[in-house]
Write a protein that binds this ligand. Structure first.
Ligand SMILES: [Zn+2]
Length: 113
């Protein structure tokens, strides 16, 4: 083991040790799970609550205006190989006939192929 264990979040003691999946502090007795707070994983859901993942195919459920362009994405447009990203538009994808852009997960529905 070359990893240095993080200090105790309660008392900042550096004499922490690992017991199975938990870290334990010998000074205040605090036990915690390492990485629990760092693993800030956000689940992205579509308009009906399906969990979306990278590579999924979705359809657009309403006409969407494309920012800075006169074109729009028509309802029912199928978008393959989405990528989930952080932000207001949480889906990064390539829309057929439009190009690379961001979509909001609340305006799409997952398609099982
Ligand atoms: Zn402690």
């Amino acid at each position: 083991m070359t990893d240095t264990l993080p200090p105790c979040p309660e008392c900042s003691s550096i004499y922490t040790y690992q017991v199975d999946a938990l870290l334990t502090c010998p000074e205040c007795g605090h036990e915690w799970s390492p990485g629990a707070e760092a693993d800030d994983f956000v689940v992205v859901r579509d308009s009906v609550g399906n969990v979306l993942a990278d590579g999924d195919t979705v359809t657009v459920i309403k006409d969407l205006k494309v920012k800075g362009s006169s074109s729009s994405i028509k309802v029912g447009t199928k978008v393959r190989g989405i990528r989930l990203v952080d932000g207001d538009h949480d889906i990064d994808c390539k829309v057929p006939g439009i190009g690379q852009m961001g979509l909001k997960s609340q305006f799409v529905k997952k398609v099982s192929e």
